[in-house]
Ligand binder design. Structure first.
Ligand SMILES: O=C(O)C1=C[C@@H](OP(=O)(O)O)[C@@H](O)[C@H](O)C1
Ligand SMILES: C=C(OP(=O)(O)O)C(=O)O
Length: 428
């Protein structure tokens, strides 16, 4: 896929449904009694891995044109799958599902693609084992494939050593099957979709500060879930509209949960022209329309508690920083190293190929803005966020940018390139 300097971006767009919320809707819909109707479900490869896993455990999931109907069988209704469950590229599916599988009465094996097989699973094996789960990393290196033998679980209090919503969620979901309350404390709030959706489906779950506590054996009831647009997908259009001169884009129906809105806060800090309109609440989640206009940007320091609220947006934020005046520091973001690629390395090497002045650090990167980027051959490393971030860089760089394995955007945003093109004004 090739990109050159873009004509202004102009108009309105609706991005596909939120990936995190889509995964959780399938999971809780399957564990609830009755039918859950999900609209604006993300039909990306990661969420399809979640659907296939629950279908393999006996859940009837109807995939209609605009909706997903999940015929849940209750907390104890899953059946042993006949085969190994393939998690594809999805860390979220693997870690959250492991929490659920830990409390079943059967044994399951989970595997995934080459990228997922390199990602660390000890972060969930440790707390789930403390709860009494039996989980074995078959290669013995803390990675997939995992064999999970369902066990009776005990409630624990767990302090997460890393800022990870997947770890928090795995423990809370295992807590559904524990013998008493289970609580998780984190050092900074990570995305709280699991907590909000559990409450929405009828679980007894409370949150005080950054500690959430769940009571076991709730009676979950199927619900209607309207999935908001994914702010992580909206981030690419926010960046494109800021960078391409004379652009103005309205992104409708985006989830703006405070635990996810770090990209909005970062763009504000960088002086970008971005406004929220029509704020409302859809079921459990806050939603708004986002209006973005192009304009100059200034550097910022991005770190601390802001990081979990924009962790997946850091690649595109790094692209923005190349066009900002001054030196941007991204820190406290070690988690980037264990995503679909090592995103510190893949962002820095690709930005360098485009002529950026950027250096990797142990927990992020330092970017000296104001040096024009030029086109280059970009290696996505099959990482969807890298492909999309550098497509945006290509719209603002001199010359031609080519993205290798550009199709990996299907993980979280099938139709991304078409949507981007739909905003580009025709050249006179
Ligand atoms: O819980 C989730 O849905 C996610 C949590 C984050 O991962 P970590 O929990 O590993 O930070 C994020 O990067 C991922 O895209 C989705
Ligand atoms: C890190 C991501 O997803 P996951 O961990 O679910 O693979 C992502 O979508 O950027």
């Amino acid at each position: 896929m090739k990109f050159t300097k873009s004509a202004p971006l102009w108009g309105e767009i609706t991005v596909p449904g939120d990936k995190s919320i889509s995964h959780r809707a399938v999971m809780l819909g399957s564990l609830a009694e009755g039918t859950t109707e999900v609209t604006n479900f993300l039909k990306g490869a990661d969420c399809i891995s979640t659907i296939r896993a629950f279908q393999a455990m006996g859940i009837d999931i109807e995939e209609k044109e605009d909706t997903l109907l999940i015929h849940g069988k209750g907390l104890h209704g899953l059946q042993a799958p006949k085969e190994t469950l393939d998690m594809g590229n999805s860390g979220t599916t693997t870690r959250l599902l492991s929490g659920i599988l830990a409390g079943q009465t059967f044994e399951t094996t989970l595997t995934g693609d080459d990228s997922l097989k390199k990602r660390p699973m000890n972060r969930i094996i440790t707390p789930l084992s403390q709860m009494g789960a039996q989980i074995e990393s078959l290669p013995g290196n803390g990675c997939l494939p995992l064999r999970i033998t369902g066990s009776s679980l005990k409630g624990i209090h767990y302090e997460t050593p890393m800022k990870s919503a997947q770890v928090k969620s795995a423990v809370l979901l295992a807590g559904l099957y524990a013998d008493g309350p289970t609580s998780v404390t984190e050092s900074a709030l990570t995305r709280n979709h699991t907590e909000l959706m559990l409450r929405y489906f009828g679980a007894e779950i409370t949150t005080e500060g950054t500690t959430s506590t769940i009571q076991p054996e709730p009676h979950l009831i199927g619900q209607k879930v309207e999935v908001p647009g994914d702010i992580s997908s909206a981030a690419y259009f926010i960046a494109a509209a800021l960078l391409v001169p004379d652009s103005q884009v309205l992104i409708r129906n985006v989830g703006v949960n405070h635990s996810r809105d770090g990209i909005l806060r970062a763009v504000h800090a960088m002086g970008g022209d971005i406004r929220l309109r029509n704020r409302r609440k859809e079921h459990a989640e806050p939603v708004a329309d986002i209006l973005v206009k192009s304009g100059p940007l200034k550097a910022a320091v991005i770190g601390g508690d802001l990081i979990p609220a924009l962790i997946d947006e850091i690649p595109v934020l790094a692209v923005l920083a190349c066009f900002a005046e001054g030196t941007t520091v991204i820190k406290d973001a070690q988690e980037l190293k264990v995503k679909e690629s090592n995103r510190i390395d893949t962002v820095v090497s690709n930005l360098k190929a485009m002529g950026a002045h950027v250096e990797a650090t142990d927990d992020g990167m330092i970017i000296e803005g104001g040096h024009p980027l030029h086109g280059a051959l970009i290696h996505s490393h099959l990482d969807h966020r890298i492909a999309m971030s550098f497509a945006i860089a290509g719209l603002a760089a001199e010359g031609e940018t080519e993205i290798k394995h550009a199709e990996c955007v299907n993980i979280s945003y099938p139709g991304f390139y078409e949507d981007l093109k739909s905003l580009q004004m025709e050249e006179e």
